[in-house]
Design a binder for this molecule. Structure first.
Ligand code: S3P
Length: 433
């Protein structure tokens, strides 16, 4: 249980560099491992999820040196992985699991994967169904973990139309297609984050993109690279939200990843009336830049399915922002939220109602009536339900609470942002309570 910083009246101020991007950190280990030569990663996110990926590749026989936010991966090539001695523990990480299932599909040995309670509830058929078409075999527990991947070293190329908008599923298929004989075609339902495609290109692979159609060549010669991971927009989002909501704030977040498939949160906030500026843009494979945020009054917004992939991880925060916006916000087309680390529609509704929000749950989203003061309703405790993003969203909400508020299951925050509370304290000037 963690006592949250409440009674905050002075706004957020200062300059901060948020930790490395989680999606890119995972992929830097994966591509480093399956390339020849060394890959040096800087500003790596050493959070529980990314360490799950790092440890899994060590168990697959890859030598990896790690200290602080620096990683050195001694790549073994696509054919150099070895059978792990024990089942691989995927912890809480959906990204590790799905990308690993894709990669292991083309390996000449079986591997068993298991995970924690939350991960063991999440759907895996979305990857095993298309990967079976390439020739891999799977034994699952009703489409969930634990799962054994029976790798097939002679995979067939695939032509697959993704039924869900998911970068994890797309990436699993790309990693399998790298081990197939010939060109595979993967057609996305909607554009999702494209870090896998960008990194594959940078490591020497061949991937062509035409609208939503991707073509991937099998058996590329990948060589190790230097990767500097930009700051994680999905982590920056918590401070952006806090600065917008707390009057008198002005913050600068340095070198945040600005890949357009990840900046939907900024676009939606601007539609709600927020003042956000970008400076010092750079482009080294991925766009990055400094994000400058000031507090602003917000109005409601309509969020529909075409917005969702670019804001998928920021929707809990947007629900909080909507409680502080004038008018009624509607979020639809977000049914994927129900199969994240928690059912994020149910959990956001339950937890924000504890703070006075007026929310109607929809099968695929929420209707949120603003503005409602953030006031605990007969409780002094909110709960992350073991979901890192819910925990951090509630810590942002707490800044507006007059009185005490505690967070149950705060340890979940280590999944993506181990130093979150220290960084929040830096911008808020420490505990106001
Ligand atoms: C991720 C993709 C998204 C996102 C997750 C990370 C990735 O999941 O929610 O946090 O790194 O590919 P889906 O692809 O399942 O939507």
């Amino acid at each position: 249980m963690k006592a949250l910083s409440t009674n905050h009246q002075n706004g957020l101020h200062g300059v901060l560099q948020v930790p490395g991007d989680k999606s890119i950190s995972h992929r830097s280990i994966i591509f480093g491992a399956i390339s020849h030569g060394d890959t040096e990663v800087s500003h790596f996110l050493s959070s529980e999820d990314c360490m799950t990926t790092l440890h899994a590749f060590q168990a697959l026989g890859v030598s990896i040196e790690h200290s602080d936010d620096q990683v050195l991966v001694h790549g073994v090539g696509l054919k150099g992985l070895s059978q792990p001695r024990q089942p691989l523990n995927m912890g809480n990480s959906g990204t590790t699991t799905r990308l690993m299932i894709g990669l292991l599909s083309g390996q000449p040995f079986p591997t068993k994967l298991f995970g924690d309670q939350s991960l063991s509830r999440r759907p895996m058929k979305r990857v095993t169904t298309p990967l079976s078409q390439l020739g891999a075999g799977f034994s699952t527990t009703e489409g969930r973990l634990p799962i054994t991947v029976d790798g097939c070293p002679t995979l067939r190329p695939v032509n697959y139309h993704l039924p869900v908008a998911s970068a994890q599923v797309k990436s699993a298929l790309i990693l399998a297609a790298l081990q197939a004989d010939g060109w595979s075609t993967i057609i996305e339902k909607q554009q999702t984050r494209d870090h896998t495609e960008i990194m594959l290109n940078a490591f020497g692979g061949e991937i062509q993109k035409n609208g939503l159609i991707l073509q991937v060549k099998g058996h590329p010669q990948l060589s190790g690279q230097r990767v500097t991971v930009p700051g994680d927009m999905s982590s920056a989002a918590f401070f952006i939200a806090a600065a917008v909501l707390q009057p008198g704030s002005e913050i600068v977040l340095k070198h945040v990843g600005l890949n357009p498939t990840r900046t939907g949160f900024l676009r939606v906030l601007q539609r709600m009336g927020a003042t956000i500026a970008i400076e010092n843009q750079t482009m080294h494979g991925e766009f990055a830049g400094d994000v400058i945020v000031r507090s602003s009054a917000l109005h409601s917004v309509q969020i529909t399915s075409s917005d969702i992939p670019d804001i998928i991880d920021e929707l809990p925060l947007l629900a909080l922002m909507a409680t502080q916006a004038e008018g009624t916000t509607t979020i639809t087309g977000a049914e994927e939220l129900r199969v994240k680390e928690t059912d994020r529609i149910a959990v956001v509704t339950e937890e924000l109602r504890k703070l006075g929000a007026v929310i109607t749950e929809l099968p695929d989203g929420m209707i949120i009536k603003g503005r409602t003061p953030i006031v605990p309703q007969g409780t002094s405790c909110v709960d992350s339900h073991g979901d890192h993003r819910i925990g951090m969203m509630l810590a942002v909400a707490a800044l507006s609470v007059a009185g005490d508020l505690s967070l149950a299951n705060d340890a979940a925050i280590r999944i993506s942002y181990p130093d979150f509370f220290a960084d929040l304290d830096q911008l808020t000037g420490g505990f106001a309570r």
